[in-house]
Structures are given as C-alpha cells and as structure tokens.
Design a protein around this ligand. Sequence first.
Ligand SMILES: *Cc1c(COP(=O)(O)O)cnc(C)c1O
Length: 401
Amino acid sequence: MGERIYLDNAATTKVSEEVLQEMLPYFRETYANPSAIYSFAGEAKKAVGIARERAAALVGAKPNEIYFTAGGSESDNWAIRSVAEGLSDRGRHIITTKIEHHAVLHTCKYLEKNGYEVTYLDVDGEGKVSPEALEKAIRPDTILISVMAANNEIGTIQPIAKIGEMARERGILFHTDAVQAYGHIPLHVEEMHVDLLSASGHKLYGPKGAGILYIRENVRLLPLIHGGAQERGRRAGTLNVPGIVGFGKAAALAGETMRERAEKETALRDYLIDRVLAEIPYTRLNGHRQDRLSNNAHFCFRFIEGESLLILLDQQGICGSSGSACTSGALDPSHVLLAIGLPHEIAHGSLRLTLSAENTREELNRTVEALKEIVGRLRDMSPLYEDAVKGGEIEKCTAKK
Ligand SMILES: *Cc1c(COP(=O)(O)O)cnc(C)c1O
C-alpha cells in the first residue's frame, strides 16, 4: 500500500497546524473555567471572546449572536426543536427538504411523533430545492423553514438568499444547516436573511466536538441544555475552551484562505471529475455541475456496489465514502440519491470523494488508476453487468463509451 490518500474531507478534516498550536495552551496553561472571577479565568474568557468574534465575522454576524455548541448535530437539534417548542402556539408546521443531513431529518421525525407536521420538499435531478415549490408549501401555521446551505453528499449549493428572503417576507423563521458551507463558500446572515445557522469546527480544519449555532439577535430560542448560565443562559455547560479557541482560529483561517482554497480545490475537483467520466464508462456525476462545493466529486458507477468499491480502494490506501456515514452497513441506498431520482440499483454504486487543497494531482492520478482497475474488476464479477452485456444493452465496459 502506498501513502494514504485522504479523500473524505466532507466526513471530517485534519486539524490544521495553526489551529492546533492555538488550542494547545488552553489545555494545560490557561485551563481556568472562564466563568470564574479570578484574573486567571479572565485569560480564558478573553480567548473565548476572540473566538466568538471570529466565528461571527465569517458570516457577517455579531459576536453576541454566536452560541458555542458541541457540533453541527447539536446545533441542528437545538434550532429545530426549540423553534418548534417555542412557537407551538402559533403553528406546528415545518418545511424542510428530502436531502437534509440526518441531524435535521431525524429531529423532524421526532417532532412528527409529537404533534408537528413536516413537509419534506423534493429536489430536482441535480439536488436543488425550488423556491416555487417552497412557496407552495408555506401555510399559515408554518413556523420554520430549514434548508441546508450545501449538501454533504452530492455537494449541491442551495439558493439560500432567495429562500431566506421568502421566509423573512412571510415572518417565518429560517434555519440553515451550513455545516458543509461555513468557511467554504461566502455566507452572510444579514444579506441572506438567515435567522439560525449551524456550523461545525471539524468540517473546516478545526476540532471535533466544537460547533456554533448563530441565533439572530431578536430571535428568542428556548435552551436545549438546561443548567448554568453559560452562553447567556441558553446553552449550559462549562465552555470547551480549547475547542472554542480552535473553532475560532479555524473560522479566521477559513475566511482568509477561502478564495485561494476554492480555486485550488475546484481545479483538482474538475480534473478528477473529467478524468473519471472520460475514462470509466457507465459513470455519472451526481449533484449540480456548477453550483457545487469546490471540494466535492460524487459518482455512481453502474453495475457495482459502492461498499465493495470502498473496501478495495481502502486496500490501496484511498479513503473515500459511499456518501453518508450513516448508510454504511445498511442496505438502503442514500436518501439523497433517491431524492434526486436515481433508481436503487444505480444509487448503490455511489462514491463520494471530497478533497482538500492539500491534495495533489499525483494523488488524483493514482486514485483514477485505482478506480479504473477496481471498477473494471467488480464489473467483471457482476451478474448485472454480465446480463446487461449479454442482453446487448451495453457493450463491454473496456470498450470506449
Ligand atoms: C457533518 C454534518 C453535520 C453534523 O455535524 P457534527 O459536528 O459532526 O455533529 C450536520 N450537517 C451536515 C450537512 C454535515 O455535513
């Protein structure tokens, strides 16, 4: 096995050196509880304040609108559950989409069991939500719209500004799961009329277990975690100072490097996509061709199982994903791929490769060569492929498309 090639940056990223160095003193030197009175605690408190400013600046928010959480899942749960509970007198209808992360979908399912109604919007073949369909779904009792900024599987970027505008005009709160978008594409909570926004440190070269929920200033949201008075009484628990500091540094770096990073990633991504589509027949790209995250490539290879592909790639040191961590081991194909209209047998052959700006062309060349060889081998063993060849449906894969 050669050097490991890590192409699963949508699942998590490596903590950057600068982030790590900034975090380290807060474990053993400046370890005081920032809520304490003595001046030693003041240093930790100050560091948290800087992190809050940095986290806010990245999306045009005010520091007092940022609440530190233990990650994206917590932020999603908090936003949706608390709006639902807090506004249940006004209405019990929520609108979201079929392609959200499970942190959103399963929270909505939980609410459905507790007397709420949820509309799950369809998306088109490229994974886009239609603002017109959203408009039709809005009811007098709609209290929340939750649409992700960018999809974690297929990378499609949603028309968040348009959706925010529609929600604001109608006085409906708008939450966006921006875990894949925050620090990767430009976002502005004021311009996009976002009321609540979730983000997570470990998706942008920061630490795991550290996230934020942005809550617009005059939105009143019930706490999810009851206890001490931390985070203005809205999110109890001793602050995770190293995590928060790391989040802040990651946000600051992400802001500084966003454009350059996106350019590098886009060039790598398009090189990968073009080669895979040109050199491996019966392959499709999933997601929107242009409006997609700069680091996301997502394919379906016909006649093979994504799981087998991942295992064989792993044997060559290549880390990819079938799309969502939650589907691994399960027989059901991804809800996102079904939502864009793929039949089960095609959805099963999926592969998500998500880059970082540190990846190299050389790594992608090795990945494409490995893919060609493995996909060919799996197809040669595939009864589906055999049938398709015999039935004259396709020519043998080794022949050009
Ligand atoms: C990773 C992810 C989450 C969950 O974030 P955690 O910090 O891992 O809890 C939520 N939504 C999206 C879109 C994600 O990609």
